[in-house]
Design a protein around this ligand. Structure first.
Ligand SMILES: Nc1ncnc2c1ncn2[C@@H]1O[C@H](COP(=O)(O)OP(=O)(O)OP(=O)(O)O)[C@@H](O)[C@H]1O
Ligand SMILES: [Mg+2]
Length: 264
């Protein structure tokens, strides 16, 4: 029997009702099950509702239609079981790199010496050694992003919601961070929902890839991408290339639909 879902979405819809401007149906009847310790990547054209879906699971937006449960409990707000890396970083501008990372650990009640050691470990891990005392305004986009990743990983939530966490990184740093993330998950397995526009990254990291349709977002297809990825040249292996191709076509179809709509 399949493992019971840790994250369960049933017929979740979401409408944005801005004070000015028209209503937007961002998500339309999305259902998804994510098992404990499963890694699901979420792909889809810009504006299809990926961030909205993460906000809802994270408890940052109210679930108004359908239901979301985590470990059998309805999501009614944010909680320490779910860590989110926001697409636009959301760092505290008045805190340094170290201060941003320490914040969650302080709130967890971790003793001072332990949290300082842990913050330092994660600063090293994301390659920000020497920038501990810098403020977000003094950092590049990629450095802000790495700070946001360190902040979330440091408090070790059981569920990680990551919204294009490597989007602002150069190819080399991105590769290093992907490998580091894999190592962390092998040490302390987590349940992950990971939004990306990078099909290779999705196939490399995820057990399953969910492709969303153009707005209003629905889950169009889910592709199984769980296979042995330890080979040194995995990106060139046939099984890998075929999965990338298959998913690329699915995403492309939706991107074309989204484009068509924009120009009409
Ligand atoms: N606060 C808001 N008010 C009104 N509409 C919104 C708001 N936030 C998002 N939307 C709309 O909801 C839809 C989904 O947005 P969302 O940010 O979830 O998309 P996305 O898939 O994350 O896109 P991207 O890949 O560009 O990050 C879009 O059409 C967007 O314009
Ligand atoms: Mg987004």
């Amino acid at each position: 029997m399949a493992a019971p879902a840790q994250i369960l979405l049933e017929n979740v819809s979401h409408v944005y009702r801005p004070v000015r401007g028209r209503e937007v149906l961002a998500l339309d009847q999305v259902s998804l099950q994510v098992a404990n310790r499963e890694f699901v990547a979420l792909l889809g054209p810009s504006g299809c509702g990926k961030s909205t879906l993460l906000y809802l699971i994270g408890g940052f937006l109210p679930v108004e239609a359908g239901s979301i449960t985590v470990d059998g409990k309805k999501v009614t707000g944010p909680g320490p079981d779910r860590g989110i890396v926001f697409q636009h970083f959301a760092l505290f501008p008045w805190k340094t790199v170290r201060g941003n990372i320490l914040y969650g650990l302080e709130r967890q009640g971790m003793p001072k010496a332990e949290r300082e050691k842990r913050a330092q470990d994660f600063i090293e891990l994301v390659g920000l050694h020497g920038f501990e005392d810098s403020y977000p305004s003094q950092l590049s986009g990629g450095m802000k992003q790495r700070t946001a990743i360190a902040r979330t990983l440091a408090f070790d939530p059981a569920i990680l919601l990551m919204d294009e966490p490597f989007g602002a990184l150069d190819a080399q740093t991105r590769g290093l961070m992907q490998a580091e993330l894999m190592r962390i998950f092998q040490r302390t397995p987590k349940t992950v929902i990971f939004v990306t526009h990078d099909v290779q990254e999705a196939v490399y990291l995820a057990d399953r890839v969910a492709v969303m349709s153009a707005r209003p977002g629905r889950i169009k297809t889910i592709v199984d991408t769980k296979f042995d990825k330890k080979a040194e040249n995995i990106f060139k292996e046939r099984v890998f290339v075929e999965k990338v191709d298959e998913i690329w076509h699915l995403v492309r179809e939706e991107a074309i639909k989204a484009q068509g709509r924009r120009s009409t």
